[in-house]
Design a protein. Structure first.
Length: 150
């Protein structure tokens, strides 16, 4: 069994590239904050980096492989359109930040992580993806709401 999941690495690169470009283009932009508590922010970051690592690694006993022979085809047919939509939404977000786009940009990677954890039969990835999904969408909502109020 290989420890590196090249498919997961490629997905992570596809998810990170628009984020990196956005940060580089908006260097002076005020960073997001989480007014409702530091614990939520810390847990979101733990879940974020956890899913990123688990997408890229196949850890024996944690990763069973695809649930069925057709699961790889299902995974590809669901994840590829999500990645394409994610990149296209970033194009719009580069022009004008908005709550709906922000939530979609939080939900799509969450869906990718959840699908991957489930179809790869990777329980730690699935559990961290659930935590990440709830917290990332919540933090994104809070940050866009507080940005609108300013």
């Amino acid at each position: 069994m290989q420890w590196i999941n090249l498919t997961g690495v490629m997905v992570m690169i596809a998810l990170l590239i628009p984020n990196i470009i956005y940060v580089v283009k908006h260097v002076g932009l005020k960073p997001w904050h989480v007014p409702e508590g530091r614990l939520m922010h810390v847990l979101e970051q733990v879940a974020r980096y956890g899913v990123m690592v688990l997408m890229c690694l196949r850890i024996p006993l944690w990763t069973q492989g695809y649930a069925a022979p057709t699961a790889q085809v299902v995974w590809l047919s669901l994840v590829m359109p999500l990645l394409l939509a994610y990149c296209l939404l970033w194009v719009f977000y580069f022009r004008k930040r908005g709550k709906v786009l922000g939530i979609l940009l939080a939900a799509i990677p969450s869906a990718v992580f959840l699908l991957s954890g489930f179809l790869w039969q990777n329980l730690p990835l699935t559990l961290l993806a659930i935590l990440f999904t709830v917290l990332h969408i919540r933090v994104t909502w809070i940050n866009h709401r507080s940005a609108e109020e300013q």
